[in-house]
Design a protein around this ligand. Structure first.
Ligand code: PLP
Length: 483
């Protein structure tokens, strides 16, 4: 069980322990907590319910006496029974089903981050998302009530997605040098779904997918869940290192390479034009298809990054992935995948089996933003705001942390890859900061072996939160690590 979002009413005439007994009993009787469910520890329950531990112990003892709970080794408590089960001869063993599911759970660190992100009081210094001030909510509302949507169709869409949106994207991509006709574009529910479809639809169990080390891909378990192994390739500030790429491709007979050439997550690196050319050459020579993840590509500050790999794609070697999540709104859940028609048809067919298409309302809205030119106007403003936040972050880092950390200066995107010097543990810093209400993304999210980096994002916190959060973080690093 991941969370308990209920608290007893302190002003009630019913004793607190009895309210807790009733709450847990209801959860068990209603089947929400099934037999075998492990309850949080007494300490965690006391914190969730905001009561003393002795109150929790009294409540649990009563439920144990009723036979609904049982205490096992240590202080773990499990659901042991329910009245329905007493009458029936058997009930499903949900814990066993949950264990048996094919899809792997998130790593516990990522579950901890997801949970902390849902706490309104958390100061989120690592979140890879635009803060609410940067999402154009008012314009979005205006657009939804404007006459432009009078012909809105809210039925299911075609397998590849809304035809108008694919036309619009075909024109938008041409400005980046990418030739993609609407039939080679698949609308997906965010870039994440494109990766899921690739994992399901294009790769054999046991395949190897190469990626930058560190990489966003390491924060996902979708490839591992279908038996695909990731192998990391070292990265420097110009992007992937080509010598290691060729060696590792041959060594593992890799099926694909996943890369984020522009404003890489988590390092912020931009692959140079020269490296892009080399990569395209090598990919051709070694028959290595590429997934180019360009979800940050529009978020440059002063100069646009070099053209996407897809712009130089001669033989249909590149599957190109874009999304409005990082530049407009992640909640719309709209992205796109561009590739050879045979691949797009195959993945569109799987998508139909999975969700029968992305939200038609979201597709209409994204079409409107891009087609009307409002998306470009918004991007111009967003670049200015992000640059301001980046500069603010760099000023604070220079002022407070230059004696014990180093970092990159991103030319776009969201991220600063902070390197802790002198063997400080990023994992420890993550836990320590979380106890103080500050959420960081430790490097191990992106490379399991990494314990010396923190991914900072200046996109999510407001300017005042950035100042406050970074100063508190600097203090924490100095007090606990820099002595
Ligand atoms: C590199 C990269 N690709 C894809 C995604 C997924 O984005 P979406 O919201 O479009 O699914 C993210 C989100 O963090 C990302 O950083």
């Amino acid at each position: 069980m991941s969370e308990v979002n209920w608290k007893p009413v302190k002003s009630s005439s019913t004793p607190l322990y009895l309210q807790i007994v009733n709450y847990i009993r209801n959860k068990i009787m209603s089947g929400e907590w099934t037999i075998g469910t492990k309850l949080p520890s007494q300490r965690q329950l006391a914190a969730c319910f905001e009561v003393n531990r002795s109150t929790v112990i009294t409540a649990l003892q009563e439920l144990i006496a009723e036979g609904l709970l049982e205490a096992k080794t240590g202080s773990s408590t499990f659901v042991a029974n329910n009245t329905w089960n007493v009458l029936a001869t058997s009930s499903p063993n949900w814990p066993e089903y949950v264990q048996a599911g094919i899809h792997q759970p998130n790593r516990s660190l990522i579950q901890q981050i997801n949970k902390a992100e849902a706490e309104p009081a958390t100061l989120r210094l690592g979140t890879g998302e635009l803060g609410s001030e940067l999402i154009p909510t008012d314009e979005m509302k205006q657009m939804l009530i404007s006459k432009q949507h009078q012909s809105l169709s809210l039925g299911y869409e075609e397998p590849k997605g809304n035809a108008q949106l694919r036309e619009t994207l075909s024109r938008y991509l041409r400005k980046k040098g990418i030739q993609a006709s609407p039939s080679s574009i698949l609308i997906v529910s965010g870039g994440l779904q494109a990766l899921q479809l690739i994992a399901w639809g294009l790769l054999r169990k046991g395949s190897v997918i190469l990626h930058e080390a560190p990489s966003y891909l390491n924060s996902l378990s979708m490839f591992e869940s279908v038996g695909i192994r990731g192998v990391g390739i070292p990265l420097d500030r110009h992007g992937l290192q080509m010598e290691s790429l060729v060696r590792l491709k041959r060594q593992h007979d890799a099926a694909l390479l996943y890369t984020i050439p522009s404003f890489h997550n988590p390092t912020g690196a931009v692959m140079s034009e020269e490296r892009r050319k080399q990569l395209t050459e090598i990919a051709h020579r070694e028959t290595l298809p590429l997934i180019e993840d360009d979800v940050y590509g529009d978020l440059w500050f002063e100069d646009a990054p070099p053209p996407p790999l897809k712009a130089d794609d001669r033989g249909g070697n590149v599957l190109y992935l874009g999304s409005v999540s990082k530049a407009l709104s992640p909640g719309l859940r709209i992205g796109w995948l561009v590739g050879p028609e045979q691949v797009i048809d195959r993945l569109a067919d799987i998508k139909m089996q999975t969700d029968y298409g992305s939200s038609s309302l979201s597709q209409a809205v994204v079409n409107q933003w891009i087609q009307s030119g409002k998306y470009d106007d918004h991007l111009s403003q967003l670049r200015v705001s992000l640059l301001k936040r980046r500069n603010l972050t760099l000023d604070i880092l220079r002022h407070c942390l230059s004696d014990c950390c180093t970092w990159n200066i991103p030319a776009g995107g969201f991220y600063i890859w902070l390197r802790l010097q002198k063997r400080f543990s990023a994992r420890k810093l993550f836990q320590l900061a979380l106890q103080k209400g500050i959420l960081l993304n430790p490097g191990s999210v992106y490379d399991k072996m990494d314990d010396s980096h923190i991914r900072l994002s200046y996109a999510y916190p407001s300017e005042s939160e950035l100042v406050q959060g970074l100063q508190r973080l600097a203090q924490l690093i100095k007090e606990d690590f820099c002595q």
